[in-house]
Write a protein of this length. Structure first.
Length: 287
């Protein structure tokens, strides 16, 4: 399996995020705040001019989407924007207490519209969705991908009926090839999982054309024939019937066994699955 160089992924992420950021410069923080839909656990700061009981008053939105204010009582604010809450409170207060009341609502904490980022990112955690947030933007806020990132990003999305679905995004297609269709907008409660698939080494020495360490994904460690092929194949002096594989177990004990690769090539025995840190040695033929 092809391994995308980590340096290319980092460079692609940087350019993509810079491009996305430049496109968002014209969208002010105030506009994103105005578009945000308030929900449970958000913290609001409310001021109504002329009502000292409600001046810079911090109030948390309850689980049922309501807030409770002195004199005003219980008010439903779920799924309303900041401006819509101002207008609603203005109508309520205007009917009971003040003429043309001046209401100001400030969102101090965004808690209801969150996404979670897990796995192979530098700073996993939960992040607010303020305005329109895409996959690249949120991964950037999580510090970007680590070297152990696998080949795909998995987005787990909750559906209105209570079920969930998984969306798979290819890291190479998004980060390296720049397929903008994969930079999908995120939705509240999305879980972005970047599976860990670390790079491990397999060592091939002796009579192969390119001896040394092979860097492979742990999820796709090659077989013996595949490893020899990746090392350039046998030289003309290779002894195909006496290939040795050295392997250490979890306790550090080393074992060695011989494999007649000619039998594998002839279909007389199955290819040998390799393990992380295996060492393959191809001796020189004496004839």
């Amino acid at each position: 399996m092809k391994i995308v160089p980590y340096s290319l992924i980092k460079a692609a992420l940087f350019l993509a995020v810079v491009s996305a950021a430049s496109g968002m410069i014209q969208i002010s923080a105030g506009k994103m705040d105005a578009e945000y839909r308030i929900g449970p656990k958000d913290l609001l700061e409310i001021t109504i001019m002329g009502m000292h009981e409600i001046s810079n008053l911090a109030v948390r939105v309850s689980e049922d989407g309501s807030i409770t204010l002195p004199l005003v009582g219980n008010v439903q604010v779920d799924n309303l924007t900041r401006l819509e809450v101002e207008q609603k409170l203005g109508r309520i207060v205007g009917e009971k207490y003040l003429v043309n009341p001046q209401v100001t609502v400030f969102i101090k904490e965004y808690r209801s519209r969150m996404v979670s980022v897990l796995g192979a990112v530098e700073k996993p955690g939960s992040f607010e969705l303020i305005g329109r947030q895409t996959l690249l933007a949120v991964i950037s806020r999580a510090g970007g991908l680590t070297r152990d990132a696998g080949n795909d990003i998995v987005i787990i999305r909750q559906l209105p009926d209570g079920n969930s679905k998984s969306l798979h995004v290819s890291i190479e297609e998004l980060f390296i090839k720049g397929d903008a269709r994969l930079n999908i907008p995120l939705e509240p409660n999305d879980i972005i999982n970047v599976p860990v698939d670390k790079i491990v080494a397999i060592y091939v020495f002796g009579q192969v054309k390119n001896p040394g360490a092979l860097q492979v994904r742990k999820s796709s460690i090659p077989t013996l024939l595949q490893a020899i092929a990746q090392a350039g194949g046998f030289t003309d002096r290779a002894s195909r019937g006496a290939v040795r594989i050295r392997r250490k177990d979890a306790a550090g004990k080393e074992t060695e066994f011989r494999v007649n690769v000619k039998d594998i090539l002839k279909g007389k025995r199955k290819d040998i699955p390799l393990m992380e840190n295996d060492t393959i040695f191809v001796p020189e033929s004496l004839f």
